[in-house]
Design a protein around this ligand. Sequence first.
Ligand code: SF4
Ligand code: SF4
Length: 285
Amino acid sequence: MTPKEIIVPESHNYIAAFLTLGCNLTCSYCINHFGSTGPGARLLSGPEWVTGLNRIVTREDLPITLQGGEPTIHKDCIYIINNLKPEINVDLLTNLQFDIDRFMGEVSPDRIKRDAPYASIRVSYHPEVMELKPLMENVLRLQNGGYSIGIWGVMHPSQSVEIEKAQKECIAAGIDFRQKEFLGECEGRMYGTFRYDGACDKKEKKSVQCMTTELIIGPEGGVYRCHSDLYEGRTPVGSILDPEFQIEEIYRPCDYFGHCNPCDVKIKTNRFQQFGHTSVEIKIP
Ligand code: SF4
Ligand code: SF4
């Protein structure tokens, strides 16, 4: 049976394919440690990812973002990038701890490039576990090779000084370096601006109705209501391997409000540059 196309609705702002939740680094503040789903769950193979993702019909300004964990530790990451249909734009979120020569030899710069106000390969810089100089050298190699690439530094309170310093150095070297807001708790204080009071404080579990504007696909092909569901290993609402799977723009009942992930309820700017958007809409009784 030929799997049905998955048409991404106009309302959707993000498509994430989490190739793995595993990583080759160990940042102390990693959001992948938020929940209980660790690496070790079944991973889709490269051909399975390609079959599932190639069903997606999306807009030019809405790429599929390959992320994780660290997506490049999936053994078929390059295969996936090279076998997605050309009309699908691809972005890559990575810590760049991979074989740059192999990547440049096998992936054309045009495969990960599009007209957008930010780079398609978005490198995360983690001063706690990474050296800046070699990272800059690798970014410049890719940049000079024609790849759309930039570095992002998370403004975690423990490393904001390092990030500011690195940003100055990178900009002076001609590298696009941006700061990313830290979301979550650090030393008893919650960082981030959230739309719904109590959504992330983990005090109680409330029953609500919730609707998402993101297509979140986990390492085993499951489609999740939100990042919290993915990281906590809750039952997905569908699978990209189910030939009948379609995105439904509906409110779903959820009994975990209070344990939402900051990514889902953070107030941000949407693709129309309107501030006040959140990835999920929640009806709280
Ligand atoms: S590089 Fe990213 S995914 Fe890996 S441990 Fe650090 S924060 Fe987590
Ligand atoms: S209420 Fe929170 S935990 Fe429940 S689906 Fe929505 S974002 Fe996820």
